[in-house]
Design a protein around this ligand. Structure first.
Ligand SMILES: Cc1cc2nc3c(=O)[nH]c(=O)nc-3n(C[C@H](O)[C@H](O)[C@H](O)COP(=O)(O)O)c2cc1C
Length: 273
């Protein structure tokens, strides 16, 4: 194992007892080096960046090749500000030169059906909503890997779902399209570089042959300590993971409007059978 591989694994997991293949290469290096970036420089994006990211996104797998996703690239400051307003006014949305809004998009295939005068009976099911959401997520993550390989940084914005109808109106979305999440994209600021955030030990997420919780509690205990130390190093309140999970999920207030998603999705034209 090379020093860099060892470093990547140690940063992600502490001192892991993990064996990896010796043909571990630059793609794995990049993947393990991911960090969300919430502070961007003012430098504009090189020409062709959006097109490169979308080529990477469209290269992701797509369920039955239906390609039921789309993306809106927002660079206009005023529009970004309005979108930020719907998403908890997060400063990085204003700051990033590019805000990508990833959409689950059933409208393109619905229009195709209408042009061919065929009723698409399989469309108004939750399965289709999942298809669009999964396709959009896979596409977006390919774009994230691509942009990180270009030296850029990004952060997903799930808060765009706080008010999907307002976002739909702002972006002129047709029926049967909803914003899954946003993605701020830009050059990471050098003054406040983001750090790699540790993850749960593999013992908590990897099961062999059958699901087992045997090592779960001790893995979480270890992780609480490590994440707390990470936050302390970052000058933040040293909450462990358990504390964060409970705080995020114990009441509906933290859903910030997302508790109304079913009704909103229905009003946006999704059948949720
Ligand atoms: C679907 C999704 C939505 C997210 N929404 C937000 C958000 O609204 N604001 C934010 O600052 N970070 C958001 N994040 C970033 C996560 O907080 C971040 O990925 C997590 O803390 C792990 O940190 P890392 O990406 O630096 O490894 C989101 C991440 C995902 C995958």
């Amino acid at each position: 194992m090379t020093d860099i591989t060892q470093h990547r694994l140690a940063t992600r997991y502490g001192q892991p007892d993990i064996e990896v293949p010796n043909n571990w290469g630059p793609v794995l290096d990049e993947l393990l080096n991911h960090r969300s970036v919430r502070s961007f420089s003012e430098a504009p994006l090189p020409e062709g960046t959006i097109e490169a990211l979308i080529a990477a996104a469209q290269s992701a797998a797509s369920s039955s090749n239906l390609q039921v996703w789309s993306v809106v690239a927002v660079q206009d400051k005023a529009r970004k500000a309005r979108l930020a307003g719907f998403a908890g006014n997060q400063a990085h949305i204003h700051q990033a030169p590019l805000f990508l809004v990833w959409l689950a998009d059933l409208s393109r295939v619905a229009r195709l059906g209408a042009r061919q005068q065929v009723e698409l009976e399989a469309l108004p099911y939750i399965e289709s909503l999942l298809l669009g959401t999964i396709d959009a997520a896979l596409a977006a993550q390919n774009a994230v890997v691509a942009l990180e390989s270009l030296g850029l940084g990004s952060v997903y914005i799930g808060a765009i779902r706080n008010d999907i109808e307002a976002v739909a109106q702002e972006l002129d979305l047709p029926p049967q399209v909803y914003p899954v999440f946003g993605l701020c994209v830009g050059h990471p600021s050098v003054e406040r570089p983001a750090q790699v955030k540790p993850r749960l030990p593999q013992a908590a997420v990897l099961h062999h042959e059958k699901y087992s919780v045997t090592h779960e509690a001790s893995a979480i205990e270890q992780y609480d300590a490590r994440l707390g130390a990470f936050y302390r190093q970052e000058g933040l309140k040293a909450a462990g993971w358990s504390e964060q999970v409970i705080a995020r999920l114990r009441g509906v207030a933290s859903l910030n409007g997302r508790e109304h998603l079913v009704d909103e999705l229905k009003r946006l034209g999704f059948g949720l059978r």
